[in-house]
Design a protein around this ligand. Sequence first.
Ligand code: ZN
Length: 319
Amino acid sequence: MSSADKSNEMLEMFRRNFAAGRLAHAYVVQGSPSGEAWAFAVSALQLLFCEGLTKPCGECRECRKVVDRNHPDIRWLEPEKKSRTFDVDKQIRPMLRDLEMTSFQGGWKAVVIIEADRLNDSHANAILKSLEEPGQRRLWLLLTAHPDQLLTTIHSRCQRIVLTHSQNYFEGTWVAPLREWLLAPPQPAGIPALAGAAYLKQILETEKAAIAKKIREETADEEIEKEVFEARVRSGEIKIRAEILRYITLWRRDVLACASGAGTDVLHFAGDEQTLRSLAKQLGIPGALASLRAVQGLSRRVDRNVPDLLSFEAALLAG
Ligand SMILES: [Zn+2]
């Protein structure tokens, strides 16, 4: 099923629940917050506020205000640029106060949290009560491309709307080269595998340079200590390395699923099904299982901080 089909299906479900008065208070919308998750939020909110005959018409004054993000009964919260997180006093508390007030038009009031995975424990503490009992005609939409990074306390209080398969959760310049590398024909263990490890290492180095550049730009107007700067680069690097490993893990899980005769619907990378199936054929179940275990073991070792090249190399040789 394509991402667009999935969005339509989810929107239809939302529409039915809305018509039947059975909407949940809060939804986690899984997908890109600048892509399908954002589009879903707009359509869902237009449904709530639309004054047209066929809702959402997308053309009435209310629908336009939704898409322009200036509807008085909707609060959009985005992480602050510098800190990449939310501010309790400047963003969260005013939003909660607003949510408690009567709506401007006597109808719904809604909150959209963009990149909800950036919410930390103190944000969660501030919002949990409202998230649990927001009152009549209140709706929370929490958009995230990384549902696994969303706090459990928040996740457990929301219904889930899944718009994309996992491969679309990955964002960044590393995704394309990594995918290319995975799609390339498998190489025998040994020297070609070492070349592969170097290639992955290079992807990581490129990302590291990009992270450093971004932090320098963000902090251009302030003094930043060398240690602080390095710590931030390091933390960005660790995050990306974990993402790369997560990608490889899901990929190898797909290969194993294919080897076990699973259908397309369970695959994370359904778009690359043909390659996955041919890899599965070559490896068989034991081979696919061994290669998945190797990358899982690697993820655990990376948590314990084994140097990058060494760990990628190990994953490749075992894969
Ligand atoms: Zn409308």
